[in-house]
Design a protein around this ligand. Structure first.
Ligand SMILES: Nc1ncnc2c1ncn2[C@@H]1O[C@H](COP(=O)(O)OP(=O)(O)OP(=O)(O)O)[C@@H](O)[C@H]1O
Ligand SMILES: [Mg+2]
Length: 470
């Protein structure tokens, strides 16, 4: 069931207000009725009332509906406002729309019509709220730097320069880089610096969507074009029209879809699944991958012609270990962020912590650094982080103490200390672990490990000859 919505009704005609309240109550919508628009304004500013939409009479004794709308907008509140007006005052209603009202209905009121308008307003509000959250998230990732990208190394500066230059054009950009190097950050930055910045930025991870759904996700489909296509659907290319489409993990796109993508890039038009008609789209495409597409091409997993199309502007993001100057600025940036998020006030890093940060290999790049800082902020007991805040998790005893018995049973923990274990030892432990978890069911264990029963039997025998017999 839908959650109950709330309407704030501002109306001086008490009978009408009562009728409207009763009607909406039947539709599971709560109506809060106020006569005074000033009181209403205060209630929403102070969040005493949190309506999903406002319905207001245009002709109110204390303050006109028009002034009310202007006052709400002046407060930066984006609530949808529906006006009730008399038929000979439609002109004012039109003026009110120009001032930011969402809709108007004419007296005498036809409640079902008002309901439709209210429901559309709810939808508008929830979409708006969603956008707002996204915008804030993006602003947040921007941190102190308005460009959103932290880094002062020559390597990252070169990439920033390139990104700024290519942002002006509509050419396809392909971003290469190891996991966690900031591919998505740069894709967004290119969009934000481009003339398309006011239009949508739509992102999709090609490896996260099942292959059979990806085509309709990208291009949309006609109603009934395949089982389950109950309604027509607009694809992401159309959604991103005028803006930017970011195709993440492009290396995982299957060959048939690669041909379709090539066609879109060449023709600048798409066909929804199950339709013959082509539709023009104006979309700047940015792709990203952590795979080496040249190898994919050699192995015939990636179309060479598509590779060349995508490679118009290649952009390589260097791994963090090749730009160590960026480590401390990034660490400071994340420290500020997690201080805010956790309500802590950690001032900075001690020398030992800086040394630690500068000497790590950061195989998971910026994301790994980000996670390490988050953990250190949470674990730090002093107002300056020292190296021990990072090494806590290397201590088996300490790490164990964080885990409940249940967690230990479900987690395969391996300590990367100074002593390196040979691979076959690790394998043994892992086989044993999965075997325990599957309650000694050999069939299930073999399946989970992707090996056949015989192989499992042999491995178990190596671990402990008697275990295998059980
Ligand atoms: N230069 C940067 N400045 C600030 N934050 C950054 C920078 N580079 C990366 N980050 C942060 O690091 C994290 C990883 O970045 P992002 O998701 O863009 O990487 P990615 O290359 O797309 O990784 P993956 O391949 O795993 O998808 C994000 O939280 C991002 O905000
Ligand atoms: Mg990514």
């Amino acid at each position: 069931m839908d959650t109950q919505k709330t309407i704030l009704l501002i109306e001086d005609d008490l009978d009408l207000a009562e009728l409207a309240s009763a009607y909406f109550r039947q539709k599971n919508i709560l109506v809060i009725h106020l006569v005074d628009p000033m009181e209403a304004l205060q209630a929403i500013i102070t969040a005493k009332v949190k309506p999903d939409a406002i319905i207001t009479d245009l002709n109110l004794p204390l303050m006109s509906g028009l002034s009310f709308i202007k006052a709400v907008r002046a407060e930066g509140l984006q609530l949808p406002i529906i006006l009730i007006t008399v038929s000979n005052d439609v002109e004012t209603a039109v003026e009110a729309i120009a001032a930011g009202a969402y809709d108007f209905v004419v007296k005498p009121l036809h409640f079902p019509q008002l309901l439709i308008s209210a429901q559309r307003a709810f939808k508008y509000k929830s979409l708006h709220a969603e956008n707002e959250t996204l915008r804030q998230t993006i602003d947040y990732t921007k941190g102190m730097n308005p460009d959103g990208i932290i880094g002062k190394s020559d390597a990252i500066r070169k990439v920033i320069d390139l990104a700024k230059r290519v942002a002006k054009s509509s050419s396809t950009v392909s971003i290469w880089g190891e996991s966690g190097t900031g591919k998505e950050v740069f894709a967004k930055a290119i969009h934000n610096w481009s003339p398309r910045s006011k239009m949508p930025f739509v992102a999709i991870n090609c490896s996260a969507i099942p292959e059979n759904l990806l085509e309709s996700e990208l291009f949309g489909h006609a109603k009934g074009s395949f089982t389950g296509a109950l309604e027509k659907k607009i694809g992401l290319f159309e959604e991103a029209d005028g803006g930017t489409l970011f195709l993440d993990e492009i290396g995982d796109l299957n060959l048939p879809l690669q041909s379709k993508l090539l066609r879109v890039l060449q023709e600048r038009e798409i066909k929804r699944v199950g339709e013959n008609q082509s539709r023009a789209v104006d979309v700047r495409v940015i792709v990203a991958t952590h795979k080496d597409l040249r190898v994919e091409v050699q192995e015939k997993r990636f179309r060479e012609d598509l590779f060349f199309r995508l490679n118009v502007i290649p952009m390589k993001l260097p791994p963090l270990r090749e730009r160590r100057e960026d480590i401390l600025p990034l660490a400071e940036h994340f420290l500020n962020r997690f201080n805010v998020l956790n309500g802590t006030n950690i001032l900075g890093f001690k020398k030992s912590a800086k040394e630690f940060l500068l000497t790590q290999p950061w195989r998971g790049n910026v994301r790994e650094l980000e996670n390490a800082i988050e953990r250190a902020v949470v674990l730090s007991t002093t107002n300056e982080i020292d190296a021990s805040a990072f090494s806590l998790f290397d201590e088996p005893s300490l790490q164990d103490s964080f885990l409940s018995t249940e967690d230990k049973k479900n987690a395969f923990i391996f300590h990367f200390g100074d002593e390196v274990e040979p691979l076959h030892e690790v394998e043994k432990k892992y086989v044993q672990f999965v075997y325990e978890r599957k309650n000694h069911a050999k069939e299930l264990t073999a399946k989970a490990l992707g090996i056949d029963r015989k192989t499992l039997y042999r491995k178990l025998q190596e671990i402990e000859p008697t275990t295998a017999e059980k």
